[in-house]
Design a protein around this ligand. Structure first.
Ligand code: ADP
Ligand code: MG
Length: 440
C-alpha cells in the first residue's frame, strides 16, 4: 500500500489512471525478496513491464531499503503461489528453494586463514574444492584437535562458493544441529521437510561428526542424506577430531563412504606459524606489537590457535585497561595466569612425591608406605602439603596417591607443615628448593 501511495503522490497520475493501472494490482505473496503481483489483464502486464516496473523497484527500495523484484502474473494464472514463484525463479535461473541462511561466519574466509606447516595440505584441498565443488574431492574430510582451524577452513569453502556463485545453496551445520533437526522432524512428522532442506543443497558442511558416535538413527539418516547428495554430485565437507574409523560405533558403511573422498589432518601450528597468525590477528585489530614480543607470545602459547587468540585478547584488554603500550612486562603479566594453569596441570601428586623423595634421599615406596620414623614422616608430610598447594586434586585423591591414606591424614599433614613454616626458616628454604625442582 505504501508503494501504491508513492505512485499516487509522485507519478502525476490522475485518479482515474491511478485506479486503472496501479490500484487494480493485487499483491499475492512475498518470498525471498520477490513480490508476486496479480494484474487484471495482459495489457496491464505489458504496460507494467515497459513502464512501471523500474519505478516500482525504486519506490520499493525507498520504502523498505530492500531490492524487491516484482513478479507479474495475470489474474487466472494465479493457481498456486508456489507454482508461480517456482516458474519465476526458474526463469531467473534460481532454484526452487527460497534462499536458506547458510549459517556462515563471514570472517572465516581463505583471506583470513594463515597457511602453515600443519594445515597447508588441508588448505590446498579446501581451495581446490571451493573452486570445483562436487568434482575433485568428495567428500572432503578434515580431522585434528580442537582449535586448529577445521571449522574456519570448512566455512571458508562455503564463503568462497557463495561469493563466486551467489545462487549456490550452501548449508553449514554442526552435527548436533543435524541430530536435533532430525529428532525434531521425527517427533513432529516433518521428515519430508527435513529431507527437502538437507538434500537440496549444493554444498553441505557438517562439523564435528564425532558426535555421531552411538547415534544409530541419526547415522542412518545421515547415510541417506550423504548418498542423495553424492549421487547428485553435490559437495560434502566434514570435520571431526579424529579419523572416521576411530569414532565409536560409527557404522562401517559410513566409514567406507567417507573413504571415497579425501581425508586430511590438521596438526598444531609450529612456532613460525603461530607468530604469523598472531601478526595477522594483531594487524586486523590494529594492535601495535613489536616483533620480538610477538615471538615471545608465540613461544609461550603453543597449544592451539584458539588459545593464541585468547592470549591476544587478554593482552589487548590489559593494555586498554591500564592505558599502556604493549610491552614485554605487560605481556608477561597478562599471560601469567594462563601459564600458571599449564604448570598446575603438569604437576601431579605423583611427580611431587618423586621429587620430594629424591630431595630427602628416601624412596617413593617409603613415602607411600606406613613407616612412622621421622626421616620419612617429614618428607611425606611435605609432599602432602605441596600436593595440596600445587595441584587441584581433592584431599581424598591426594590420600590415594600416597598409598591409600585417609584424607584426615592429609589435612593433619598440611596443618602441621603450614604452622611450622611460619617460624622454621630451614623448612622454608627446603620447600622453596623442592618447588623449584618440581616446576622444572
Ligand atoms: P576447530 O574447528 O579446529 O576447533 P576453529 O576453526 O574453530 O578450530 O579455529 C579456532 C580459532 O582459530 C578460530 O577463531 C579461527 O579463525 C582461528 N584459526 C585457526 N586456524 C587459523 C589459521 N590458520 N589462520 C587464522 N586463524 C585461524
Ligand atoms: Mg570446530
Amino acid at each position: 500500500n505504501k508503494i501504491k501511495l508513492k505512485f499516487k503522490e509522485n507519478a502525476n497520475f490522475d485518479n482515474n489512471t491511478y485506479d486503472t493501472w496501479i490500484n487494480s494490482v493485487k499483491p499475492i505473496s512475498y518470498e525471498g525478496n520477490v513480490l508476486t503481483l496479480e494484474l487484471p489483464t495482459a495489457l496491464h502486464r505489458d504496460y507494467w513491464d515497459r513502464q512501471l516496473k523500474s519505478t516500482f523497484i525504486e519506490y520499493a527500495y525507498a520504502i523498505t531499503q530492500t531490492d524487491i523484484t516484482p513478479n507479474l502474473v495475470l489474474k487466472g494464472e494465479v493457481d498456486d503461489n508456489n507454482q508461480n514463484l517456482k516458474r519465476f525463479n526458474e526463469a531467473n535461473g534460481k532454484s526452487e528453494i527460497p534462499h536458506i541462511d547458510p549459517h556462515l561466519n563471514p570472517n572465516y574466509t581463505f583471506d583470513t586463514f594463515v597457511i602453515g606447516q600443519g594445515n597447508q595440505m588441508a588448505h590446498a584441498a579446501a581451495l581446490a574444492v571451493s573452486e570445483d565443488p562436487g568434482k575433485v574431492y568428495n567428500p572432503l574430510f578434515f580431522y585434528g584437535g580442537v582449535g586448529l582451524g577445521k571449522t574456519h577452513l570448512m566455512q571458508a569453502i562455503g564463503n568462497k562458493v557463495l561469493s563466486s556463485n551467489p545462487n549456490a545453496i550452501v548449508k553449514y551445520v554442526t552435527t548436533e544441529k543435524f541430530t536435533n533437526d532430525f529428532i525434531d522432524s521425527l517427533q513432529n512428522n516433518k521428515m519430508q521437510e527435513f529431507r527437502k532442506v538437507y538434500r537440496n543443497v549444493d554444498l553441505l558442511l557438517i562439523d564435528d561428526i564425532q558426535f555421531l558416535a552411538n547415534k544409530e538413527g541419526t547415522q542412518d539418516e545421515f547415510f541417506n542424506t550423504f548418498n542423495a547428495l553424492y549421487e547428485d554430485n553435490k559437495q560434502i565437507v566434514m570435520t571431526a577430531d579424529r579419523l572416521p574409523n576411530e569414532i565409536n560405533s560409527l557404522t562401517d558403511r559410513l566409514v567406507s563412504r567417507f573413504k571415497w573422498g579425501l581425508s586430511v589432518d590438521i596438526t598444531a601450528p609450529d612456532m613460525e606459524t603461530r607468530a604469523a597468525i598472531l601478526r595477522a590477528k594483531a594487524k586486523s585489530e590494529s594492535l601495535a606489537i613489536d616483533d620480538n614480543i610477538m615471538s615471545y607470545i608465540a613461544s609461550q602459547i603453543d597449544s592451539n590457535v584458539r588459545e593464541l587468540e585468547g592470549a591476544l585478547s587478554r593482552i589487548k584488554a590489559f593494555a586498554d585497561l591500564k592505558q599502556e603500550p604493549i610491552t614485554m612486562d605487560l605481556v608477561s603479566e597478562a599471560l601469567r595466569p594462563l601459564k600458571l594453569n599449564k604448570e598446575k596441570s603438569a604437576i601431579t601428586p605423583e611427580s611431587i612425591i618423586k621429587t620430594t623423595a629424591s630431595y630427602f634421599r628416601v624412596t617413593v615406596k617409603e613415602i607411600k608406605g606406613k613407616k612412622r620414623v621421622k626421616a620419612i614422616v617429614m618428607p611425606r608430610q611435605i609432599a602432602m602439603y605441596l600436593s595440596r598447594e600445587l595441584t587441584d586434586n581433592s584431599l581424598p585423591k591426594i590420600g590415594e596417591a600416597f598409598g591409600g591414606k585417609d584424607h584426615t591424614t592429609v589435612i593433619h599433614a598440611c596443618d602441621k607443615i603450614s604452622k611450622q613454616l611460619a617460624t622454621d626458616s630451614d623448612l622454608q628454604n627446603q620447600i622453596k628448593d623442592i618447588k623449584t625442582e618440581i616446576k622444572h
